[in-house]
Design a protein around this ligand. Sequence first.
Ligand SMILES: [Mg+2]
Length: 393
Amino acid sequence: MHIDMNSFFATCEVFKNPLLKNAPIAVVPHLKGNPVILASSYPAKYCGVKTGMRYSQAKKLCPSLQIFLSDPKFYRNISSKIMIVFKKFTPNVIPKSIDEATLDFTNVSIKQNNLEKVAFDIKKILKERVGDCFTCSIGVANSPFLAKVASNKHKPDGFYYLNPKSLLNFYSGLKLSDLHGVGKKTESKLNSLGIFTPIDFYNASLQFLQFHFKTHGYYWYLRLRGYSIDNLTIPKKSLGHSYHLRYFSNNLNYLKGIILKLSQKIGFRLRRHLLCAKTFYIYLKFVDGTKWTCRYTFTFYTNLDFEIYKNFIYIFNKNPYKNKKVKILLLSASSLSLNAYHKQKTLFGLDKKNQSFYKILDSINNKYGLFTLMPAKLLNYKNIATDRISFGR
Ligand SMILES: [Mg+2]
């Protein structure tokens, strides 16, 4: 959920002096000469007054315009009251600026279709606890980017729920410049490539976007499809786990169980970062101090636990020292690619089924802790390589 307060600075001035309600007013950084307009109220906006405009021009468009000196301390004070209201609904409030925030409801027990009710509750409580004059525009979508774009759909005091199924319909009502992050420069480059609308942008192939915009093209491709890529810290180079055996062992079945468990961890983390891997590496340290390592790059990218496990077992079977007792086992995945779902092996149409299966698996394990749901074989491995990934923020 993205929340954007309407005409925030100007509304703060109305809060100080309620007689200004419905008056065309603007906030400026200083009162000398011909200052720039920082913010304006809706009555002023209706006359054509815009942020960044000079006072003299604004006054021509709107002769009754009154200007007020910016009061950052007061605005910040109101802003923190607003953020406190947001935090009553979810602990995950990410302030984006003094008057905007993204509220993440992942893992908060609210049904998706009830977010509309939450949005209207927030609007109501802002009026009660902060001030009657404060209104906001709220967008709900399945990524922070889309929620922000949706929040701009209706202003002031708007609400827009973007159904992921009607993404194209949503884009059809927008201009390229409505997409947060598309500035003048990007827009003219897109135009020169024959892309004039968000629909054109959406329909552009991944290869085309990557060719012209490199990694950013890839990000746009994902962003436009609703992936939450903007909160991720990527790219990582590799991702792995090691395990020091409490009881040194050369029992292959037992060792394979540990590999299965570590594979689950690696798969979970890959999917969490929207990554896939195709190079896998095993390091074994034996009781006698010697070691064996092997790295292998497979044809296909994956982030599915059972495929990761199969890949590790393929490598593990190459270990020539089957009799030596293992002391340390380290597994890692590399050649990472951001959400390379398109590069994944499609097994007789199982791919879609797998993806929805892992989505459910991950949401349960994310909420209740890794290994809440796990392969039955791991029941005997409860105290081995336990969950050390921290959850939540
Ligand atoms: Mg605003």
